[in-house]
Each structure stands twice: as structure tokens, then as C-alpha cells.
Design a protein around this ligand. Structure first.
Ligand code: MG
Ligand code: MG
Length: 608
């Protein structure tokens, strides 16, 4: 299908926008009037520039508050339209978007609306221009797409059709099935936008929170399917108003929009993700040695060292952490994530087809083939089969620098903690800090490229700001991770300092254990300095809400419940830019203890 994007969707000047849109691979563009008015180039030159870039000008927009006006106003409106038609001729655009009237003075009369739009279409026809009439969700009288279509049908002019906009349709909760009753040739244009599901004024929602398909909560692909069933053959055109996109890089947003359309077309064809990861192969942290003793304290043992690079492998059960001296200067932080992939080659091909940058790897001939891409937040994502472990041979006869016994044999032996009971079995989730303005891009990346599905979305209060948080997971995440044999699945949490962004929220690696209380007892006895202190007030409240053992208070273990089960978790202090969380999911608890996140954020601010 042809692809298009409204110039309002990306930042920059009109000429910057055209260049970025063409570079991202779009076939066409909707010229937004404000972009043209602010552009120093005459329309003829904009037309030539678009043509040179291989872009069709699909539509000019918007033309507002035209129909259902008193007679005197109609004359003025038609003159206004004549001016637009002449401009469009210079621009080489032959489709004008007319949105339903929002003025208080609008006369509620469908017959009058049809009559006025017919007049407009007759005038437009003299210029070889067509009119696409769109119901704004906040239109004074016409705010439903079927209402707009009925008026277009009544006006009955070949140069008049309707414009469908997924935001206006889905934000009102209208059933998009009705689209199939509209003859395809009368759907002159189809605009696509997604949005998070918010309870707010629809005009504000539209102007600030639209996003690309796949980034919000609407079934945009389902709506497109109805338009295709109706016989629509025009372009899929993105029309997004978004505060962050306005501030983000022009080329990057254009590419993100193209990624959303590629993913949407795949969805239309019923394509399934070729290689959904089964679990975490590893998390790679910058740092040196045992991260200052934290890893052995948590029960990890050093089980190998990369044969050619300054990278150590620390293991416990199926949880594997790589410690990479590269970048250690900035202190510990998450550099990369390895995912157990059923087909790493296909996974990276799929990522590349969704415009993700594939990372070049310098590797020695004997090293395992590595397939990796860069996530929008800069995290490197590796798609792994078991081969990578061979690059980390055990160091015979040595013991780890902290004197803890080295884990014997294969790191995938599973279950046996370095010391103490209740040991860590695998990586439960990883929480990544997102840079400002690219949260929606990250969401689409993790959804489209990794095949994760969005879960809970929250705003978490921090003492000095607000953190936006979105959890995502593989669809197959079993309710009880341990012992299912399919792999525990992948869970990620994306965090963004939404307000008070003095510094990005810390990253964390959450480690699943079989008995978090046993681990907590051991940590309390041997390394109390590693535990994040939790206020007594938290436990006073928790004990009033839930029947929990008093030991939680002594150990600094936090608690949550969902409809399925319970969640026990504790946090270490932050080391560099990262901290560890130890979690125990009981009876298929499916969340992340988000209710406790504000307590954690405050405790982290209070910690020395
Ligand atoms: Mg629209
Ligand atoms: Mg967590």
C-alpha cells in the first residue's frame, strides 16, 4: 500500500520535514497549512522539492468551519475556498481536507450541510480538485464518521468523498465495522493515528497524545482492515499530533512512523513474529570484577571469562550476568541484554526489516556468531542461541576474587545457588530508563521487534517528580515461571522521568528466586549494607491491608497481590546507575509490584 504522513507529525521546518519523510521511505505527504504558511518558499518550489524527493503531495489540510453557516458567511467561505484551490494548483495538490464545523454558530441541518458541500465540490471540480470531508470527534454537529458519510452521500457529487481518521473514530468508541458500508471509491483518504487510552477531553487528547499505530491502545489495524474490505485504495497516511514528537529528531520520528506502518501492514497480513524470545540469556553490565562484591553477596559465582574481551560471566541458576570493563569508568550500568532466541538470524533480520540498526560486531574467528540490534534507548539487544556460552570458558582451578566458591560445571545447571538457600533461578525482568521524547518509539520497538506485548502503564510518583512506567512481556509468559520447560519468557519495564527529569530513573535487573525471605535473611545477616531500607510506615500500612508475616518488616521485603497471587520482593541499594531486585512470584502473580515503586523511589532518594 502507498504510505504517507502529515507534515504536522514530525518536528522541523517544512523543507526539513520533506527531506526526512522522503528519507524514511514514504511515498507521499499531507501538507499541513501552518507548515506551508511558515515556509519562505513559494508553493511552486515546495512542489518541485517534493517531486525531486519522489514524494507525492497527497492532500492539503485543513479547511475549517465551512459548512452549515448562514448565507452571508457561506459566500465568504466559498471565496476563502477559491483562494485555497488556487494555492493547491500552485502546490500540485488535488485533494483538500475539510473538517466538520466546530463553530457555535453552526446550523444543525444535514440537508444544508450537503447543499454547502455540494457547492464546494462543484467549485473544486473546476480546479480539478476533490474534497474529503472528515468528522472531527469534537465537531459541533457532525462528529461521527457515519454522519459525515451520510452527508457526503446526500450531497452526491463525484468530487466529494469522505476522509476517515482512526483517532476521530476510535476515540469516540464508534464501531469501525460501519466503514464497510461506505463504497471504497467514496473514501477519499484514510488517516491513521493511535493513542493511549485516556479519560480526558477529546480535543486535548487528540492534539497532544496521538501516536503512531502500535504505540497506543487502539485497534488501528482492525480499522484499516474494514477500510480495505470497503475497497479503499488510497494511501495509509499518518496524522499525529504529539508533544514529544514535536521535540524529537525529525528524521528519527519519520523513521519511527515508517516502522509503525511496516508493522501495521504485517499485522494486516496476519504475520506472526518469527522469533519471540523464550527468556533472558544474560544481562550485561558495565563495571569491574564482582561489582564491588555485590554479585557474590547475591549468591553469584564467576563461571567464566570471555576469551578475548575484558568481560566476566557471573552465574546463578539460569541467571547470567556479564560484567564488562568497557564503560566501567561511568560506574555500573546496563549495557546490553541477551535474549534466548529460537532463531537469532531470523530475529535480527526481522529487527532490520523494522528499521532497527543492526550492530556490527568485532569478533574473533572462533567466537560465536552474535546477532544484535540497538534499541531506541541505546541498549544493545542480542539474540542468542546456546553458542555464546562457549565464548566464556571456565577458568580452571581458580576461584572468584571474593573467595566465594566457583560454581562447578555448566552455568545452566540451574537451581543451585552459590551459597544459602532460596537462590536465584533466572532473570525475571529488566527495567530500562528511557530518554525523553522517545518513549513511544521504544514501546513500538519492543513490541514489533521483540514481540513483547504491552502490559500495565502507570505514572509513579517520585518525591521530586513523576515516572512514567510501561511493562511489556512475551505473550507466552507462563503464570508460574518455574519448571514449565518453555522458558520463563521476557518481561521488561520501560521507565521515563516524566516530570522532574533531573536524572534518568535508575535501571534495574530483577532476579527471580524460589524463596526471597531466605535470601533476605542471608543478606540481612551477611550484607545488611546492600539492602535498601524501607520505612516502618510502609509496613504499618501493609499489615493493615494484608495478612503478611511480620518478618517482612524485619527483612525489608515488600509485598503485593493481584487477582492471581502474591509478589514478594526486595531491592538492593543502587550501584552506579543500576540496582538489583529480588522477586518471588507466588501462584502466578503477573505484575511488577508497581504499588511499591513510590516507596522504593523515595527510599532511593533517601539512601546515601
Ligand atoms: Mg484527521
Ligand atoms: Mg521491578
Amino acid at each position: 500500500m502507498r504510505t504517507s504522513i502529515a507534515t504536522v507529525s514530525v518536528s522541523g521546518t517544512l523543507t526539513e520535514k520533506l527531506a526526512a519523510v522522503a528519507a524514511a521511505g514514504f511515498d507521499g505527504v499531507e501538507i499541513f497549512e501552518n507548515d506551508l504558511l511558515a515556509c519562505p518558499l513559494p508553493p511552486e518550489e515546495i512542489r518541485a522539492r517534493a517531486a525531486d524527493l519522489g514524494l507525492t503531495i497527497e492532500l492539503y489540510q485543513p479547511f475549517r468551519d465551512f459548512e452549515c453557516v448562514p448565507r452571508a458567511r457561506l459566500r465568504a467561505n466559498l471565496e476563502r475556498a477559491e483562494h485555497k484551490f488556487r494555492l493547491m494548483e500552485r502546490l500540485g495538490a488535488d485533494l483538500l481536507l475539510v473538517c466538520s464545523n466546530v463553530s457555535q454558530e453552526t446550523i444543525a441541518d444535514d440537508g444544508l450541510a450537503a447543499e454547502h458541500l455540494r457547492l464546494l465540490a462543484e467549485r473544486a471540480a473546476e480546479h480539478g480538485i476533490r474534497i474529503a470531508y472528515e468528522a472531527l470527534a469534537w465537531g459541533r454537529h457532525v462528529n461521527e464518521y457515519m454522519h459525515a458519510w451520510h452527508i457526503v452521500r446526500q450531497a452526491d457529487h463525484p468530487n466529494l468523498g469522505t476522509c476517515l481518521d482512526s483517532f476521530h473514530i476510535l476515540s469516540r468508541g464508534s464501531d469501525p465495522l460501519g466503514i464497510e458500508a461506505i463504497p471504497g471509491e467514496k473514501i477519499f483518504f484514510l488517516q491513521l493515528a493511535d493513542a493511549p487510552l485516556l479519560a480526558m477531553d477529546v480535543l486535548q487528547w487528540s492534539r497532544h497524545h496521538r501516536c503512531f499505530p502500535g504505540q497506543g491502545g487502539f485497534d488501528v489495524a482492525g480499522l484499516v482492515r474494514h477500510a480495505l474490505n470497503a475497497g479503499y485504495t488510497g494511501p495509509l497516511s499518518l496524522e499525529v499530533f504529539n508533544d514529544h514528537f514535536r521535540q524529537a529528531g525529525t528524521a528519527r520520528t519519520a523513521r519511527d512512523g515508517m516502522r509503525s506502518l511496516i508493522a501495521l501492514e504485517r499485522q494486516l497480513h496476519g504475520a506472526v513474529h518469527p522469533s519471540v524470545p523464550a527468556g533472558f540469556a544474560f544481562a550485561e553490565l558495565s563495571g569491574t570484577g564482582s561489582l564491588g562484591g555485590v554479585l557474590p553477596a547475591l549468591g553469584f559465582t564467576r563461571t567464566g571469562r570471555h576469551r578475548g574481551k575484558p568481560v566476566e560471566l557471573w552465574s546463578q541458576g539460569a541467571a547470567r550476568l556479564l560484567v564488562n570493563e568497557a564503560g566501567a569508568g561511568q560506574g555500573p550500568g546496563l549495557l546490553a541484554i541477551g535474549l534466548d532466541s529460537p532463531d537469532p538470524g531470523r530475529a535480527v533480520e526481522h529487527a532490520e526489516s523494522l528499521l532497527s540498526p543492526v550492530l556490527p560486531r568485532e569478533r574473533a574467528p572462533e567466537d560465536a556468531m552474535l546477532h544484535a540490534v540497538a534499541a531506541p534507548d541505546g541498549t544493545e539487544i542480542f539474540f542468542c542461541d546456546d553458542g555464546w556460552l562457549a565464548d566464556f570458558p571456565p577458568e580452571d582451578g581458580s576461584s572468584s576474587e571474593d573467595g566465594s566458591p566457583r560454581g562447578g560445571g555448566s552455568p545452566s545447571a540451574g537451581g543451585s545457588p552459590g551459597h544459602g538457600g532460596g537462590g536465584i533461578t533466572h532473570i525475571d525482568h529488566v527495567a530500562l530508563a528511557q530518554p525523553p521524547h522517545y518513549f513511544d518509539e521504544a514501546m513500538l520497538f519492543y513490541r514489533g521487534v521483540l514481540g513483547l506485548q504491552p502490559q500495565e502503564s502507570l505514572e509513579v510518583p517520585d518525591p521530586y517528580g513523576l515516572v512514567r512506567s510501561r511493562a511489556m512481556s512475551t505473550p507466552s509468559t507462563p503464570s508460574t515461571p518455574q519448571g514449565t520447560g518453555e522458558g520463563p519468557g521476557v518481561r521488561m519495564v520501560l521507565n521515563l522521568a516524566q516530570v522532574g527529569a533531573g536524572q534518568p530513573p535508575p535501571q534495574h535487573v530483577a532476579l527471580a528466586c524460589t524463596d526471597v525471605l531466605a535470601v533476605a535473611r542471608r543478606l540481612r545477616a551477611e550484607h545488611p549494607e546492600l539492602l535498601l531500607p524501607i520505612p516502618a510506615n510502609y509496613y504499618d500500612d501493609l499489615e493493615a491491608r494484608h495478612d503478611v508475616p511480620p518478618e517482612l518488616r524485619e527483612l525489608g521485603v515488600l509485598y503485593d497481590r493481584d487477582e492471581r497471587g502474591a509478589f514478594l520482593h526486595l531491592y538492593t541499594v543502587t550501584v552506579g546507575r543500576v540496582f538489583f531486585e529480588l522477586v518471588q512470584r507466588v501462584d502466578g502473580y503477573d505484575g511488577y509490584g508497581a504499588v511499591n515503586a513510590p516507596i522504593r523511589l523515595a527510599a532511593q532518594h533517601a539512601a546515601p
